[in-house]
Design a binder for this molecule. Structure first.
Ligand code: CDP
Ligand code: CDP
Length: 221
């Protein structure tokens, strides 16, 4: 079995690259951010609260499992609902709660015990799978990441404002890097790749080259 951690801030290209790496190596891709989005979405949209105590008390009632490539939440397939900017903010709020992080980590580790995985997130290399064989930390300037999100939404035909997206990205970066528990940071043995002026194929090639034999932890953060 092999395990690959791909961490980094919003819009650095983690999920796009992680899916392609998983596809190339024919192993399972797990989106850890989706789990935080699901928990945020469930409490905000279904219970109308993001109150920490309420979440802690009722978290056990939330059952999340993986079926094929989708998470099933209390029997319901959840996917598109959690891809909104609001869900990203709810995710960032619930991600500060230790019990929420424990629940997410358990799901990710249970699956990874049984099979090879590529997981993308914020703390995969540092906390979730500290012994992962390969760790990557993707970055890009906030402006480039906002531009990527902007283009993505324009393509979907949504009415978007670049400055608002940039503001939201910066807020989430601040939240994720300054929280006390499992903050976003590059693991000591992770290879950092600045993707600001690299396209998806360049980054994919670089990662596959590292996995093919060039991986040298001493080049890590
Ligand atoms: O795709 P994007 O990078 O915008 O977000 P995401 O990966 O779906 O994650 C949403 C939020 O969940 C992040 O801003 C983090 O606050 C939180 N998260 C986390 O704390 N730890 C992870 N391993 C993954 C996500
Ligand atoms: O998962 P994360 O939030 O880190 O980013 P993503 O959802 O994989 O990528 C955000 C957008 O940037 C997608 O539309 C990608 O196609 C695009 N992207 C890019 O243009 N160049 C890269 N090197 C990486 C991603």
């Amino acid at each position: 079995m092999i395990h690959i951690a791909i961490d980094g801030p919003a819009g650095s290209g983690k999920s796009t690259i992680a899916k392609k790496v998983a596809n190339k190596l024919n192993i399972k891709y797990l989106d850890s951010g989706a789990l935080y989005r699901i928990i945020g979405y469930f409490f905000k949209e279904k219970k109308n609260t993001l109150d920490e105590n309420t979440i802690k008390e009722t978290l056990d009632k939330l059952s999340i499992s993986l079926k094929d490539d989708f998470y099933i939440v209390n029997g319901e397939k959840i996917d598109k609902q959690i891809r909104t900017a609001n869900s990203g903010n709810y995710a960032s709020t619930v991600a500060k709660i230790p019990e929420v992080r424990e629940k997410v980590n358990l799901i990710l580790r249970n699956i990874s015990e049984k099979m090879s995985t590529v997981i993308d997130g914020r703390d995969i290399g540092t906390v979730v799978l500290p012994n992962a064989e390969y760790k990557f930390f993707l970055t890009a300037s906030a402006e480039e990441r906002a531009k990527r999100r902007f283009n993505e939404l324009i393509e979907k035909g949504e009415d978007v404002n670049y400055n608002l997206i940039l503001k939201e990205i910066k807020e989430r970066d601040f939240n994720d890097t300054t929280r006390n528990i499992a903050p976003l940071k590059c693991a000591k043995d992770a290879i950092e790749i600045d993707t600001t002026s690299k396209n998806i194929d360049d980054v994919l090639k670089e990662i596959l080259n590292y996995i093919d034999g060039d991986f040298d932890e001493s080049k890590g953060c």
